[in-house]
Design a protein around this ligand. Structure first.
Ligand code: C2E
Ligand code: MG
Ligand code: MG
Ligand code: MG
Length: 290
């Protein structure tokens, strides 16, 4: 027994594992420092309707590391969740995105645009999450009804009633909810209709599959039909080609984001995009102010 234990310990400390543990610790230490060092930035990916009119944007976190360069979210968001760092980081994201939203709201041409913000399950599950959001709205002056929080299915594994209660409280202020990466997680159709969701976002893996495999197409079609039946808007994620856009249009999905319309943009480029672009807000049809 003790010999077997010893062997397991030897396996645990094999070089590959030790290196991974050290790399993870280093990344964690860097991340703790990064928030104060202002190494994080938000980029914004425009979202649009089938006619290519911008309806809003999704805020996406970027980390500019002095030595590592640009670290993509897939490499640090999960670790931030595990270490709890996502809580202050998520608050920073919400604050920054709401500042941008308040700028839009102050200009009649952009006042109809909506801001989507990703919220981690562990962030949402904090007892003070609702108060945090309300405080950020009050501090930034961003209009609640233009804010959309993107939740993932993992949230729904734990305390469903508590989650619904929080969503309802936030919804009373005008905030909307989207279910992100829909179809990749553990959602059960049994409770989907209980959630006060306004939007389902089809994960981009299904959009990508839709073009060559019949199965991907069937999933996109099914999610679009489900959204319609539940009276939820369906947004396609990761639309890169005109064929993919035509396909989502054919199955009844009316909005999308993806490289076809725009990549995620830093704030300066976003301002240019908004100035050049057509905006889906009725006031935009009055023509740009000069
Ligand atoms: P997500 O919320 O599903 O965001 C969409 C991702 O798809 C983004 O990746 C975006 O850049 C990418 N994308 C959009 N259009 C296309 C396309 O046409 N082609 C391809 N190949 N990719 C496209 P990104 O920015 O790397 O973010 C990855 C994930 O990291 C996000 O997935 C989200 O789960 C997480 N994340 C990003 N920012 C935040 C944040 O502020 N808070 C939290 N909790 N998670 C975040
Ligand atoms: Mg998202
Ligand atoms: Mg998504
Ligand atoms: Mg996704």
């Amino acid at each position: 027994q003790s010999k077997a234990g010893g062997r397991n310990m030897a396996n645990w400390f094999e070089p590959g594992m030790a290196q991974r543990v050290a790399a993870r610790a280093a990344l964690e230490a860097d991340m703790r420092h990064a928030l104060n060092a202002r190494q994080f930035e938000l980029h914004y990916q425009p979202q649009c309707d089938l006619e290519g009119r911008m309806s809003g944007a999704e805020a996406l976190l970027r980390w500019h590391h002095p030595r590592r360069g640009h670290v993509p979210p897939i490499e640090f968001v999960h670790l931030a969740e595990e270490t709890g760092l996502i809580v202050p980081l998520g608050r920073w994201v919400l604050d920054s995105a709401c500042r941008q939203l308040a700028l839009w709201a102050a200009d009649a041409r952009t006042a109809g645009l909506r801001m989507a913000v990703n919220v981690s399950a562990c962030q949402f599950l904090r007892p003070d999450f609702v108060d945090q959001v309300l405080a950020v709205l009050a501090e930034t002056g961003a209009p609640a009804r233009r804010l959309k929080l993107e939740l993932t299915e993992s949230l729904l594994l734990s305390d469903l009633d508590g989650t619904i209660g929080k969503m309802e409280r936030l919804r009373q202020t005008g905030i909307g909810f989207a279910l992100d990466d829909f179809g990749t997680g553990y959602s059960s159709l049994a409770y989907l209709h209980r959630l006060p969701l306004e939007q389902l976002k089809i994960d981009r893996s299904f959009i990508w599959d839709a073009q060559d495999a019949r199965h991907g197409g069937a999933i996109v079609r099914t999610i679009a039909a489900l959204g319609k039946a539940l009276q939820m808007e369906v947004m396609a994620e990761g639309v890169e080609t005109a064929q993919q856009r035509d396909f989502i249009a054919e199955v009844g999905c009316r909005s999308y984001q993806g490289y076809l319309y725009s990549r995620p943009l830093p704030p300066e480029r976003l301002a240019e995009f908004v100035a050049d672009g057509k905006i889906a807000f009725p006031m935009a049809s009055l023509g740009p102010a000069t």
